[in-house]
Design a protein around this ligand. Sequence first.
Ligand SMILES: Nc1nc2c(ncn2[C@@H]2O[C@H](COP(=O)(O)OP(=O)(O)O)[C@@H](O)[C@H]2O)c(=O)[nH]1
Ligand SMILES: [Mg+2]
Length: 174
Amino acid sequence: MILCLGPLSSGKTLLLKNLQSNENIDNTTTAVPTMGTNIFKIRIQDSIYEIRELGGAMAPIWSMYLNNVCKVIYVVDASNLCQISAASVLLYTILVNPALKNAEFLLVLTKMDVSYRQMRNEALLMLQMKRLQKEVKQNITITEASAISGEGRKEILNWIKNDKSLVNKKQDKN
Ligand SMILES: Nc1nc2c(ncn2[C@@H]2O[C@H](COP(=O)(O)OP(=O)(O)O)[C@@H](O)[C@H]2O)c(=O)[nH]1
Ligand SMILES: [Mg+2]
C-alpha cells in the first residue's frame, strides 16, 4: 500500500486526482470528504497502484494506517510557508515511526504554479531536509509538482512504479 499524507489542504486530493489522468480515471474511487480516507486507484501501464490519502485532520491517528506501507508520498504546499513548520513536525513523526523504517519517501512540494521557484529552497530549509536526510535511514526523494499545470506528474508516476526497494537499499549508516 502507498500512503499519501500531508497537512490539511496541502493539495493531496487534487494531486492524486491529477495522477489519475483522464484515460486512466477509475470511477470506483471512493470520495470520502475531509475526515475520512480516500483510496485512489492509479493505473500505470498494466499495474494498478492503490494510494490511500489520509486527511490532515487525521494526523493524530495516522499511525493506525502504517502497516504494510511500502511508500509514502508526503505533500507539502510550497506556496504556504506558514504551514511548513507544522508539516515538518508531522513529517518527522512519521519518519521515525518504526513501522515505516523500510518505506520509501517522496516529498512533493506542490502548488508550484502559484509559488516562486526560490520558495522551493526556502521550503526545504524550513523543513530541515538536510538534517532530516542525515538523521533518518529512509530514502527521501524530493520533487516539485502542480496539480494545475501537471508539473511533476511524470516524476511522481515513475517513483510510484519504480520498485527500488530491492536493488537500491540505502546503506546503513554507522
Ligand atoms: N494553485 C494550485 N492550487 C492547488 C493545487 N493543488 C491543490 N490546490 C488547491 O488547494 C486546496 C486544497 O486542495 P486539496 O487537494 O483538497 O488538499 P488536501 O486537503 O491536501 O486534500 C484546493 O482549493 C485546491 O484547489 C495546485 O497544484 N495548485
Ligand atoms: Mg484531501
